[in-house]
Ligand binder design. Structure first.
Ligand SMILES: [Zn+2]
Length: 421
C-alpha cells in the first residue's frame, strides 16, 4: 500500500460533504488508504505507482453504510417468510440457529454476506450476532469495514450455552478485536429489552462504556414488544424508551435499531441523550412491525442511519433497494409525496449512517483525509438514462447491481463487478 495511488478522472462525483455541489466532471486522488484530493474539472495525470481509472460514464460517491445486519443469517434467507415477528423469531429463527449455527457456519455466511454487501455498494456495515469472533474473521477476509457486536441474551444462544456468561463472552470478543484490524470496530449487541432483563442490560451497557464501544440494541420494533416490556415493569415506565432511559442505557454511544413505536416524549429523550437510530423499512414492512416516524427523528436533529436488518427478514442486503423503500414508505405513511426527499435518503445511507455509528470522522463523505471508501456506478444502464437529478436516480432508479467498482481503505474490493477474493 505504501506509495500506491489511484486516480479516478472525469467522473460525476457526489462527495456528500454538506453544502458541496455535485461535481459534473470531477476527479479523485487516493493515496494509500485515504482520499488525497477531490477536484472539479481537472485530471490527475499518470505517475509512477498510480492507477488511472477513466471515470467517463461513472458516478462516484461514498460507499454506503448499512447500519444494521445479522451477517450469518443469510443462511436462513427465505426459510420462514410471511409470519409475525414473534412466531418468525421464536418458532423458526431461534430453533434454526440452535440446530445449524456453528463457528464455521457463522464465518462462512458472514463472508458470503460481505460479498453481497460489497457487490451492492456497501463499504461499511454494523452487525450484531453470535460467534462474532468468527463473523469477524469472515469480515476481515472480505475487505469490508464493519462495526461488529457480540450478541447478549438471557437464554442459551449460539456459542453461549450459559447465559450467565453472555457479557463475559462479549467482553472477550472486544478485547480480542479492539486493536486488531483498523477496519473492524468491536461492540456489544444486546438483542432487545424483551430478551435481556434489566440487570443484563445495565451490566452490558456498563461494560460497553468501560470499553468505549458502541452499544447496539433492537428497540420498540413491534407493538407486542411494547406490551411485553411494559407489563414486566408494572407501570414504572410508560414506554420502552423510558424504560431503557431509566436503566441509563441511552447515551451517545447507543445505537437504537428500528424505533418504530416512539412517541413525542420518547423522541425528546433520545434526542437529549444523543443516541442514534437505525431505520430498517423493508424488515419493518415485511414483518408488519409498523412505520418508524423517521421524519420526526430527523426534524429533532437525531442521527439516523439506514439498515437492511438480516437477510432472513428482508430478504437481501441491497441498500439501494432500502433507500427506495425508505422514501416511499414515509410518503405513504404521511400521505405526502414531498416527505423524505431523495437527497435526504442518500444522506441517511452515507454520512448519516457514519454519524450514527460514530465513524463520521473517517467515512461517510469524500473529503481529503477521510478513508478512501467509495463506489462507482455505471451510468450506461438503460434504467439510469436520462438522469435529471442524480439523487433521484440513486434512490428511485438505481440497483445494487449498477455498482461496478468498490473501494474500501484505498483498495478495490470490487473491480468491474468482480469480487476480488
Ligand atoms: Zn435486527
Amino acid at each position: 500500500m505504501e506509495g500506491h495511488t489511484t486516480a479516478i478522472n472525469n467522473a460525476m462525483v457526489i462527495t456528500m460533504e454538506p453544502g458541496q455541489p455535485i461535481l459534473e466532471q470531477g476527479s479523485i486522488l487516493v493515496e494509500g488508504d485515504c482520499i488525497a484530493d477531490v477536484r472539479a474539472g481537472s485530471d490527475f495525470s499518470a505517475a509512477p505507482h498510480r492507477d488511472i481509472i477513466d471515470g467517463t460514464n461513472l458516478l462516484v460517491m461514498p460507499g454506503l453504510v448499512n447500519c444494521h445486519t445479522h451477517l450469518p443469517m443469510s443462511l436462513f434467507r427465505g426459510l420462514a417468510d410471511d409470519l409475525p415477528l414473534d412466531v418468525w423469531l421464536q418458532e423458526h429463527m431461534f430453533p434454526a440457529e440452535a440446530a445449524q449455527m456453528t463457528p464455521a457456519v457463522a464465518e462462512k455466511w458472514a463472508f458470503h454476506s460481505c460479498g453481497e454487501l460489497l457487490l451492492s455498494g456497501t463499504t461499511c456495515c454494523c452487525d450484531g450476532y453470535f460467534y462474532e469472533d468468527h463473523v469477524a474473521r469472515g469480515v476481515e477476509r472480505s475487505g469490508i469495514r464493519a462495526v461488529l457486536g457480540q450478541g447478549v441474551m438471557d437464554f442459551p444462544a449460539p456459542g453461549v450455552p450459559d447465559p450467565g456468561e453472555n457479557i463475559a463472552v462479549a467482553e472477550k470478543f472486544i478485547d480480542k478485536w479492539k486493536d486488531k484490524n483498523p477496519r473492524i470496530h468491536p461492540s456489544v449487541f444486546c438483542h432487545s429489552p424483551y430478551t435481556c432483563c434489566a440487570d443484563t442490560l445495565k451490566k452490558a451497557k456498563e461494560m460497553a462504556t468501560s470499553q468505549a464501544v458502541l452499544f447496539q440494541i433492537h428497540v420498540a420494533e413491534t407493538r407486542n414488544e411494547m406490551a411485553l416490556v411494559l407489563s414486566s415493569q408494572g407501570g414504572r415506565a410508560s414506554s420502552v424508551v423510558q424504560y431503557l432511559d431509566g436503566l441509563d442505557i441511552l447515551d451517545d454511544r447507543t445505537l437504537m435499531v428500528h424505533c418504530v413505536w416512539l412517541d413525542k416524549e420518547d423522541i425528546g429523550i433520545v434526542k437529549a441523550r444523543k443516541s442514534s437510530v437505525v431505520h430498517c423499512p423493508e424488515s419493518n414492512m415485511k414483518l408488519a412491525s409498523g412505520i418508524s416516524p423517521v421524519l420526526s427523528f430527523m426534524a429533532a436533529g437525531m442521527d439516523v442511519g439506514l439498515g437492511t436488518d438480516g437477510s432472513a427478514s428482508n430478504n437481501n442486503l441491497d441498500l439501494f433497494s432500502e433507500m427506495d423503500m425508505a422514501a416511499k414508505l414515509q410518503k405513504t405513511a404521511l400521505d405526502d409525496p414531498c416527505a423524505l426527499k431523495a437527497k435526504s435518503v442518500v444522506e441517511m445511507a452515507t454520512l448519516g449512517g457514519a454519524r450514527a455509528l460514530g465513524l463520521d470522522r473517517h467515512i461517510g463523505s469524500l473529503v481529503v483525509g477521510k478513508k478512501a471508501d467509495l463506489i462507482a456506478i455505471d451510468l450506461r444502464s438503460p434504467h439510469l438514462v436520462p438522469m435529471y437529478d442524480p439523487f433521484s436516480a440513486l434512490v428511485y432508479n438505481a440497483r445494487g447491481s449498477d455498482v461496478i467498482h468498490v473501494m474500501v481503505d484505498g483498495v478495490f474490493r470490487i473491480k468491474d463487478r468482480v469480487w476480488g477474493d
